[in-house]
Design a protein around this ligand. Structure first.
Ligand code: PLP
Length: 359
């Protein structure tokens, strides 16, 4: 049998831009600080490139506010540990990135989960959000654009979430790693750019998706002054990226972003094809994603759970993620990471039809 088509993991099917690879090769050849523990000049250069980049989104930061990490998973670890202790509560949504759930569970954090509903186009109902806040709520975790639904939060939605955070004095964690991948007339707004929110918003960022750099393990968290002391003590030495990888990060952020625009177009075409084709399959419904690069579809009418669906699909030769891990009530959904060309997505849709016809 031919090799399985893997739409399970959100790992882009592209190499990082040439400028990133060249900068890293150059750093390795130069040696010195690039291949040792690394001096502060190297991380300062990186932090300055992050500051300049974020200026395009609104907020102005100081180098101290930028904490470089090994990918955004490490950034999330630092950010969550900074504002939450075991037993504290966090407000979040379902469906949301499965990695958020597993990290929070491993830390013993209580979850207050508000629904993103298919009927609302996967947008939050901000009028009822207050019901999910309690005196134990210490933070809200926003994933914008959201993995897996692709929701691009509207400015008024972020404003309403921000107002709750201000009124109840809790922190905002904003995972913005898909911010460049938004489609149609949707517009990304960085939470911290809204009036009065920068001082309580911790950003979580990564090079993994924007520049197809999943294996380089480069990310960062942006931490406002009030949380810096704890964040720095948690960060320590363990989470620092490799010195020469910083060179790639600087090259990426100082590039003209034509690479990123190219990737955005590619993912947009895939969403356009896949979400419509899968929605046409009897018993399946799918709302095309506004952002990120996933197809998130409803299989309830098929009468089987997401794990069984994915198991049957795997036997046909394609992999996807069961919806189960993306929330508490998400077992009738499946996520396809659209990280393969349309020609392969067509094959996958045919395999899905085989699964459905055999039920
Ligand atoms: N945050 C979100 C929303 C993700 O989808 C992912 C990976 O899929 C991550 C964080 C982790 O990415 P990385 O650790 O590669 O930066």
């Amino acid at each position: 049998m031919s090799e399985s088509i893997n739409l399970g993991s959100g790992d882009p099917d592209a190499e990082a831009p040439e400028c990133v690879k060249e900068a890293i090769f150059k750093a390795l050849k130069e040696g010195g600080d690039w291949t040792h523990y690394g001096g502060s000049a190297i991380s300062l250069q990186f932090k300055e490139s992050v500051i300049d980049y974020y200026k395009t989104m609104g907020p102005e930061y100081k180098p101290d506010n930028i904490i470089p990490t090994c990918g955004s998973t490490a950034a999330l670890n630092v950010a969550l540990g900074t504002v939450l202790d075991e037993g504290d509560e966090i407000l979040m949504w379902e469906p949301s990135y499965s990695g958020h759930y597993s990290l929070l569970r491993s830390m013993g954090i209580k979850l207050s989960v508000a629904p993103l509903k298919e009927g609302d186009g996967w947008h939050p109902d901000v009028d009822t959000l207050g019901e999910y806040v309690s005196p134990e709520t210490k933070a809200v975790l926003i994933c914008n654009p959201n993995n897996p639904t692709g929701t691009v939060f509207k400015e008024e939605e972020l404003r309403a979430i921000g107002d709750l955070a201000v009124d109840h004095d809790f922190a905002i964690l904003s995972d913005e790693i898909y911010l460049h991948f938004v489609y149609g007339d949707k517009k990304f707004v960085s939470t911290a750019s809204l009036d009065g929110l920068a001082e309580r918003t911790i950003n979580i960022m990564s090079f993994s998706k924007t520049f197809s750099m999943t294996g380089y393990r480069l990310g960062y968290t942006i931490v406002p002054d009030r949380y810096l002391k704890r964040a720095n003590s948690l960060h320590g030495l363990a989470n620092r990226p490799a010195s020469f990888v910083y060179a790639g990060g600087v090259a990426a952020l100082r590039s003209d972003f034509s690479y990123v625009e190219e990737r955005r177009k590619v993912y947009g075409e895939r969403i356009g094809y896949f979400c419509n084709a899968i929605d046409d399959v009897e018993g399946i419904s799918c709302i095309p994603a506004e952002g990120a690069f996933y197809g998130w579809f409803n299989i309830k009418e098929l009468g089987i759970g997401s794990q069984e669906f994915c198991g049957r699909l795997q036997k046909e030769g394609a992999r996807m993620r069961p919806g189960k891990g993306f929330g508490l009530n998400t077992d009738h959904y499946v996520r396809a990471a659209l990280v393969r060309p349309v020609s392969q997505l067509k094959e996958v849709v045919a395999k899905v039809k085989n699964v459905v016809n055999a039920l």
